[in-house]
Design a protein around this ligand. Structure first.
Ligand code: C2O
Length: 570
């Protein structure tokens, strides 16, 4: 009897606590079916890998505090994984998604359920495939609203529109990357950029499907701009309309006004736009920012149309030509620099100061000499080489038998080593005229170990090897403060004085300026294996990546959870 009473009491407590927790946070269940779908763009239909037949894929809308349970079924003929770009995945590294880093890929016919909770994040993120070049078409927005009962730090916008910038190939992107990997040369450039999956009316066969974004006179709306392009940094502007930047990478910013924004692949920027112009139609445009000199790139323009709902005839619904904005030249680095200097946290923040790990990583391209077992057909890089890429001269190679996280967790030897260098093996004039003897990186699968709770600073230094270039460097599992950026070689004696330890922006992807450097800081409080890589997929393909192994701290709350039972085998 006593036992029964006690049991009943526990049941009541359990029920009450469930009631309380569901009042503040929900669990959302989603099914993602990865499948081949015919998609018509630029006058041609091709079989395209999509999620649920949608391109772009479904938008996920959650509140901070919610839990997502997403089962991914692979009905395509390629291995696939899904990454939730920018979600911190606190203790749930198994759900992060990069193939062979935190999981083996989901094989054709396979299924894996991603489970994670949004903890203290608000704003615009996105999800994408993290396997080969599948993310060219397998991506979607992930919008995190404030917790129920809390609001934005700006007036509630009348409308909100996700603006996903993408990149389209007439050929199958997997064939494009496989061909480049075979030849060692640069992959073919894309055929179009897209806004919400549509190239827009400056491309052939696209005008009738151009995306229309509604606005009404006097209202202020939120555009959640996401650069989901595979290999291209993009400028974005709206004709005649100022943009008020209020957030980036799901962190709020001190609002500032600009006519143009620039996003590297992986980055998001939230902007407010007000209907303060004569009712009519205005182009919304994305165009490339290309910092590498002499490299071929897709120099085309994607458009959508901002359309005033109350516009009188002959504007509304007629093919009258919209107003075109003027965008910066494709190589206008000065505009990019001015824009990034404006990014500040809204308030003073506490940046980690007692640095435990002072790291210096070069990021850049390289060339492999043609190995003797390959034919000249397989060495179509510059002067009969194969293109490569590296951090600290290590060209990252993914394992193939276990993910690094599994190998670490289960103590399986031979999958990776822990000797990723804290500084480049040789110091040189990184952005000068680099001796050809330093152009050959070393392939390997190395991680850098971090103790739980360490304060980490990384100087990311571009090199001029082959060509300097702005690299959007993305770190999984963390947000970091960008405390300084600059050009030339980083010099601690002078540049340390320029560190912003007051209100630096918090991001998950930082653009390391062309022939320049960026300094980031974070507290290593999330155990797991976290890849850091250039978000230009062509550079990941060539090895521009490394991974951090963050050890468990003390006790369960500072330790990685156990792996889920349905974790796919390799
Ligand atoms: Cu948005 Cu490793 O990726």
């Amino acid at each position: 009897m006593k036992v029964l009473k006690k049991g009943l009491m526990y049941l009541v407590i359990l029920f009450a606590s469930i009631m309380v927790s569901t009042a503040v946070a929900k669990i959302q269940y989603h099914d993602f079916v990865v499948q081949a779908t015919p998609v018509k763009r630029l006058c041609k239909t091709r079989s395209t890998i999509t999620v649920n037949g949608q391109y772009p894929g479904p938008t996920l809308e959650v509140n901070d505090g919610d839990t997502l349970v997403i089962s991914v079924v692979n009905r395509a003929r390629y291995n696939v994984t899904i990454h939730w770009h920018g979600i911190r995945q606190v203790r749930t590294g198994w759900a992060d998604g990069p193939e062979f880093i935190t999981q083996c890929p989901i094989q054709p016919g396979g299924i894996y359920t991603y489970r994670f909770t949004i903890e203290g994040q608000e704003g615009t993120l996105w999800w994408h495939a993290h396997s080969s070049w599948l993310r060219a078409t397998v991506y979607g927005a992930l919008i995190i609203y404030p917790r129920q009962g809390s609001t934005y730090p700006f007036a509630e916008p009348k409308r909100e529109t996700p603006i996903l910038l993408g990149e389209w190939w007439n050929a199958n992107p997997i064939d494009v990357v496989n061909e480049a990997t075979r030849t060692g040369g640069a992959p073919n450039i894309s055929d179009a950029y897209t806004i919400n999956g549509q190239p827009g009316d400056l491309y052939r066969c696209s005008s009738s499907e151009t995306i229309i974004v509604p606005i009404d006179t006097g209202e202020t709306n939120l555009l959640r701009v996401i650069n989901a392009a595979l290999n291209q940094e993009l400028f974005f502007a709206v004709a005649s309309h100022e943009l008020i930047v209020v957030g980036a990478d799901a962190s709020y910013l001190k609002p500032f006004t600009t006519s143009v924004i620039m996003l590297g692949p992986g980055q998001t920027t939230d902007v407010l736009i007000t209907g303060d112009q004569p009712p009519g139609r205005y182009y919304m445009v994305a165009q490339p920012y290309q910092s590498a000199q002499g490299a071929p790139f897709d120099n085309t323009t994607t458009t959508a149309i901002l359309d005033y709902i109350s516009a009188p005839c002959p504007f509304r619904g007629t093919p009258s030509t919209p107003v075109m904005p003027t965008l910066p030249a494709f190589n206008d680095t000065a505009t990019v620099t001015a824009f990034t200097q404006n990014l500040r946290s809204p308030d003073n923040v506490s940046v980690p100061t007692d640095i435990d790990e002072n790291l210096f990583f070069t990021v850049g391209l390289g060339l492999f000499n043609c190995p003797p077992n390959l034919s000249s057909d397989q060495c179509q890089g510059p002067n009969g080489t194969r293109f490569a890429s590296s951090m600290n001269n290590m060209s990252f190679v993914l394992p193939s038998t276990y993910s690094i996280l599994q190998a670490y967790h289960q103590g399986i030897p031979g999958v990776f080593t822990t000797d990723f260098p804290a500084v480049p093996p040789v110091a040189f004039d990184y952005t000068g005229n680099v001796s050809q003897s330093l152009w050959q990186p070393v392939p390997g699968t190395k991680v850098y170990e971090l103790e739980y709770g360490s304060n980490v600073q990384i100087v990311l230094q571009d090199t001029s090897i082959v060509s300097g270039e702005n690299h959007p460097i993305h770190l999984h599992g963390y947000n970091f403060y960008v405390i300084a950026v600059g050009f030339g070689n980083f010099d601690p004696a002078t540049h340390t004085k320029e560190f912003n330890l007051v209100d630096p922006p918090m991001r998950n992807t930082v653009g390391v300026p062309v022939n320049g450097w960026a300094v980031i800081r974070f507290l290593a409080d999330n155990p797991g294996v976290w890849i850091m890589h250039c978000h230009l997929d062509v550079h990941i393909t060539w090895g521009l990546a490394m991974a951090f192994l963050v050890k468990d701290g003390v006790g369960g709350l500072q330790s990685l959870e156990s792996p889920p039972e349905d974790l796919p085998p390799c």
